[in-house]
Design a protein around this ligand. Structure first.
Ligand code: ATP
Length: 312
């Protein structure tokens, strides 16, 4: 059976990495006489719209979608397919700045190897992710990496303002150290809030909270292992609460985040894992889902597990 490939590509991803990988893919497919069409994303959320259309028109294994881009583009494509209830599997070639999804699943950074694996894959692999219901905005959606409220979203907002200069040589083996400086900048302006959290029926209220994050795997911001106990495909999600701390404490704890993961044993972190999560913020905070910023609001959210199919 001849397979037709639909490539959804963000050429801007990873400061031009998307374009380089796009050209490499085009060359390999042409050399092998494999039929394909490129759908280049032109603006934010275009990946969602393209995926919705493809999800409505393509239905069988004779068509394969391949995404080229960062976590944001992958998030848009999986969300677009989910919005039209399409279960079409996708292949993914990471081309972003952070690539936290690819890191959590262990996808190769080598685009050629990744493409050949997708071309040869016989059966897609099931990948867990979160389904959220935003009661305030009456919206349902998908999160692949994490959703968070507070400082993490402020960091994403600062990083997004400055994408072209975001990539600088990385200490501690992080793919992007831009987040380290953005964390300090956002930290200086931090605000705190109270939040009700319910996990598998057990409720608690937490005060003086800087971050409430729902995690599907350990990583945030390009390899920062904020939740070392989370794993992809472990049949649960985790809530990570980070309480307000001083700058000196941040300096003391941050090395633990980058090394042993011992930060989660300190009194500034609270981790609760489970399958059904709800969160109610008492005050407004900025949000982020897979690194994309959500407007400031007093969110009321519910999360459950769902999944999508990945060619790899
Ligand atoms: N042509 C475009 N112009 C402007 N924005 C775009 C375009 N195509 C996609 N986008 C937006 O850019 C956002 C970020 O892109 P993407 O995630 O692919 O790359 P990245 O930010 O470099 O990587 P990462 O998210 O891994 O840090 C996407 O969520 C999408 O909304």
């Amino acid at each position: 059976m001849d397979v037709y490939y639909h490539i959804i590509a963000n050429f801007n991803a990873g400061s031009g990495k998307g374009k380089r990988i796009g050209f490499e893919v085009e060359k390999i497919l042409n050399n092998r006489n494999i039929p394909f069409v490129f759908h280049q994303t032109k603006y934010p959320n275009h990946g969602f719209e393209i995926a919705q259309k493809l999800g409505q028109t393509l239905s069988d294994a004779a068509n394969r979608i391949i995404v080229i881009g960062g976590d944001g583009t992958l998030h848009e494509v999986v969300s677009g397919l989910h919005a039209v209830e399409s279960t079409l599997p996708i292949g993914y070639l990471p081309a972003g700045t952070g690539n936290d999804f690819a890191r959590s699943v262990g996808l190769t950074k080598d685009a050629k190897k990744g493409l050949l694996a997708i071309l040869e894959a016989k059966t897609p692999v099931e990948i867990e992710c979160m389904k959220y219901h935003d009661h305030l905005h009456n919206k349902v959606g998908i999160g692949l990496n994490s959703m968070g409220f507070g400082l993490d979203a402020e960091v994403n907002a600062l990083a997004g303002e400055n994408k072209s200069t975001a990539h600088v040589p990385a200490p501690f083996n992080l793919e992007s150290s831009s987040y380290l400086t953005k964390i300090v900048d956002a930290f200086k302006e931090r605000t705190t809030y109270s939040v009700d959290v319910t996990v598998d029926g057990v409720s608690n209220t937490y005060e003086a909270v800087m971050v409430t994050g729902v995690m599907n795997h350990p990583y945030f911001g390009g390899g920062i292992k904020i939740d070392p106990l989370s794993k992809m495909n472990n049949n649960e999600l985790a809530v990570m609460i980070i309480f307000n701390l001083s700058f000196l404490t941040l300096l003391r704890i941050f090395p633990l985040v980058l090394t042993t993961g011992g930060h989660i044993k300190t009194k500034y972190f609270k981790r609760i894992s489970g399958k059904e999560i709800s969160i109610r913020l008492h005050d407004s905070a900025l949000g982020q889902v897979d690194g994309e910023v959500m407007p400031k609001a007093a969110y009321q959210m519910e999360y459950t597990l769902t999944s999508f199919q990945l060619w790899r």
